[in-house]
Design a protein around this ligand. Structure first.
Ligand code: ZN
Ligand code: ZN
Length: 558
């Protein structure tokens, strides 16, 4: 019997929908996944996977834990543990000594430089200014995204997205099809002329939606009754950094983000869970706009969630704000994973969750709980260094450039021109710091660390973290629990950077194509991630990779 017109139309519509939404059926080369997604959760300590788990939904972190391969003891094998280095090391399988990203800020050719700063390029998407003068040029090695491009004769597409410029640029690498980050003044995602001369249509369209304003207009209300946040300190406490010029807006929930954006600007989204929501949204826009996971070759999306770091710095590791941020991130993650199931196909993509570093507990919080650790005073460190130099070389020597990153930076040109014995100067300063600065476990000349009588774990991290002419000349290692502070003010929120487990023990879970379900308890390193990806994707290792593939994670091959 002939079908009625409406039935035919309905069937046709169904067939079309199937065509549009169904994942592509033809196989990618060498059994590679259709899409690789790295999700960096900035400042996520490994223990959050467990501490906050009771309230995780089924499809988010819990899905990664139950379906993925969990490398429980993944450590950062260099110091300092900072954002730019973490993002570089995850994607290069390398360390500052080799990939050259020696901090968020470091020295290059005797001048202070921001990790991705590049004055040879201009902003794209906003009037030219510093926010867009960025590129991966200071990164000296390839990333795994570069290697995937090389392995497929540049047919694979790779994209980086994050609120932080460095978190988008460094993972995506040198050969990428695009890297996009947030410009605070406009609330728009931008790029630089290193990549292209005009924003692609999908980024323009995304920017036109004005999502930053929209998200902030909702206000930040806690997901649950505040009394039920049992993994956090009560909301009113001395550990958190209030808002406003004089701290007149308390660090409590709910937070009127609509009002706050009027006084602090759109960049305030960085310090709210909405920054993570925005990141998932731009990630989805990238998948659709660039047709990631639809082509004949494997594509790569490097995605970093920076809001957790800003929230952590302001509120610390035991705040309801931090707990709420992770519970919301978990829900957003569940939504994103089911989106990938629909868009790319369940089991057709490879998903990696990890972090660039973890975080310490607030110093007052530690003190209140009798946990050792105080402020390692960077202002006093500088005074000690200057007074030693003045005493031995006179007030006009100017041989010290700076003290930051737990490092003392020498002015090599001055030292050479004055004919100063560099090793002797290093030793004198080290002795003074050890004798006079409370909380210094070791102060060590960076290029003499091999013979220093210190534990292997610390020695390795100094050697890996030291890049000649970019890093400092002396490494200061604080006692556990101590962290750098520039004044005697009450320590608010927290920070990260040292070798101790609380800063260097990060989550690492692989899930999806080529991965078996399981746990691994032997220690692995941040540098093993890119090596594992290279093995799974059948690409060459990135050019500075020193890691090893975590073969326990691989699904049995047929
Ligand atoms: Zn970070
Ligand atoms: Zn940070």
């Amino acid at each position: 019997r002939p079908m009625t017109r409406t039935t035919t139309l309905r069937l046709l519509a169904l067939a079309l929908t199937a065509l549009v939404s169904a994942p592509r059926s033809e196989a990618t080369q060498h059994g590679r996944p259709r899409l690789v997604v790295t999700m960096m959760v900035d400042q996520m300590t490994w223990d959050y996977l467990y501490r906050y788990q009771a309230r995780f939904v089924e499809g988010g972190f819990k899905r990664l834990l139950s379906k993925g391969f969990n490398c429980e003891n993944t450590r950062i094998n260099y110091i300092p543990a900072y954002t730019a280095i973490g993002h570089s090391s995850v994607h290069t399988g390398s360390v500052p000594a080799i990939h050259g990203i020696a901090g968020n800020d470091f020295f290059k050719d005797g001048k202070p430089i921001y990790c991705t700063q590049d004055t040879l390029v201009a902003s794209v998407g906003v009037p030219n200014g510093k926010s867009g003068q960025m590129s991966p040029r200071n990164l000296l090695t390839t990333t795994i995204a570069d290697e995937l491009r090389i392995a497929t004769n540049f047919r694979s597409k790779t994209i980086g997205v994050a609120i932080k410029d460095r978190a988008s640029i460094l993972p995506a690498g040198h050969t990428t099809n695009g890297a996009y980050w947030l410009d605070d003044a406009s609330g728009h995602f931008i790029t630089s002329t290193y990549y292209r001369t005009d924003l692609p249509e999908w980024v323009k369209k995304f920017n036109a939606r004005g999502r930053v304003k929209e998200l902030l207009s909702q206000g930040w209300k806690p997901l649950y009754d505040l009394k039920t946040y049992r993994e956090s300190t009560a909301d009113k406490n001395d550990y958190e950094q209030p808002w406003g010029k004089k701290g007149e807006i308390p660090a409590t929930l709910p937070l009127d983000t609509k009002k706050l954006m009027k006084t602090e600007g759109l960049g305030v989204i960085r310090t709210t869970p909405f920054g993570n929501t925005l990141t998932f949204e731009i990630a989805k826009a990238a998948i659709e706009g660039e047709h990631l996971g639809e082509g004949e070759e494997t594509d790569f999306l490097a995605m970093s969630h920076s809001a957790t770091d800003y929230v952590g710095h302001r509120y610390g590791t035991f705040a309801v704000e931090t707990e709420d941020t992770y519970l919301r991130l978990d829900r957003d993650l569940a939504d994103f994973l089911s989106y990938l199931d629909k868009k790319v196909g369940e089991g057709e993509y490879l998903f990696i969750l990890t972090a660039d570093h973890a975080a310490a507990h607030n110093l007052t919080f530690n003190k209140d709980h009798k946990i050792p650790g105080e402020a390692l005073r960077s202002d006093i460190a500088r005074q000690i260094i200057d007074s030693v130099v003045n005493k031995t070389l006179g007030a006009n020597a100017r041989v010290i450039r700076a003290y930051f990153n737990y490092q003392v930076f020498f002015n090599d040109a001055r030292i050479d021109s004055l004919g100063i014995n560099r090793s002797a100067l290093q030793r004198t300063i080290c002795q003074a710091l050890k004798a006079k600065l409370p909380g210094v476990a070791y102060a060590i000349p960076a290029d003499e660390v091999v013979s220093a009588p210190i534990p292997e774990a610390i020695k390795t991290r100094i050697i890996n973290g030291y890049r000649k002419r970019r890093s400092g000349d002396i490494f200061v290692i604080p006692d556990p629990g101590w962290y750098s502070k520039g004044s005697a003010e009450t320590p608010r929120g927290t920070t990260h950077g040292v070798w101790s487990p609380y800063d260097t023990h990060i989550p690492l879970i692989f899930m999806g194509k080529g991965i078996r379900q399981g746990h691994l308890y032997r220690e692995t390193n941040i540098t093993d991630i890119a090596a594992t990806l290279a093995a799974l994707l059948k690409t060459q290792y990135p050019s500075g990779c020193i890691g090893h593939p975590i073969t326990e994670a691989f699904a049995p091959q047929d």
